[in-house]
Design a protein around this ligand. Structure first.
Ligand SMILES: [Zn+2]
Length: 194
């Protein structure tokens, strides 16, 4: 997610999505974010993430580089102004048109991967959380999957609102929905497995 932090600093979003610029911006920004998370490691929501021994610095930097470059690569396959989309007629294939917007194959890939990615992240976190406890029962597993789908649907909703409502109302809605997603996540993190 680090390259998108560039959107918060005027004029940096371009740099944070370039092949080398993404590293110049992303490695220090990602390091800073990790340092902030590490300083909060003893708080209850973050405790499960830090229950493992920490990795050597080079593993952290390598993970950041892999994360940053796969983000930039995937953006270029899913954003209408992405380099790969602009060079691929297939990815520009119109799927459906509504209210003056045309949804193309690249958009579909974007939303499908956001949905799938959010579910995967949530399940990976739950797996982490339950590693030290006994395996969850069938009912608990179903509840976890429902939570994952709910969070993923919210993530897609935030992206849709941000994409379709390019005005102050859309901006306010995006921020509000993002806070709801973050609160949902923190709330689920704090719920102990039973
Ligand atoms: Zn991006």
């Amino acid at each position: 997610m680090v390259p998108d932090a560039g959107y918060f600093i005027k004029g940096v979003d371009n740099l944070s999505h370039q092949a080398l610029g993404s590293l110049v911006f992303g490695v220090p920004a990602g390091g800073l974010l990790l340092a902030v998370l590490y300083s909060l490691r003893s708080t209850r929501p973050l405790r499960p993430i830090f229950s493992r021994t920490s990795s050597p610095i080079w593993i952290l930097v390598l993970s950041l580089i892999i994360g940053i470059w796969t983000h930039v690569l995937w953006d270029s396959c899913t954003h209408i102004d992405g380099w790969i989309v602009m060079h691929s007629e297939l990815l520009q294939t119109p799927i459906v048109a509504f209210a003056g917007h045309t949804a193309r194959l690249c958009h579909l890939l974007w939303y499908a991967s956001s949905f799938g990615g959010a579910i995967w992240l949530f399940l990976a976190f739950e797996n982490w959380k339950q590693n030290s406890t006994s395996r969850p029962g069938a009912a608990r597993r179903k509840a976890i999957l429902q939570d994952a789908v709910l969070i993923a649907a919210l993530v897609v909703l935030v992206s849709l609102v941000h994409h379709l409502l390019r005005n102050p109302v859309g901006f306010a809605l995006t921020i509000m929905l993002s806070i709801v997603v973050a609160l949902q996540f923190v709330f689920r993190m704090q719920t102990e497995p039973n």
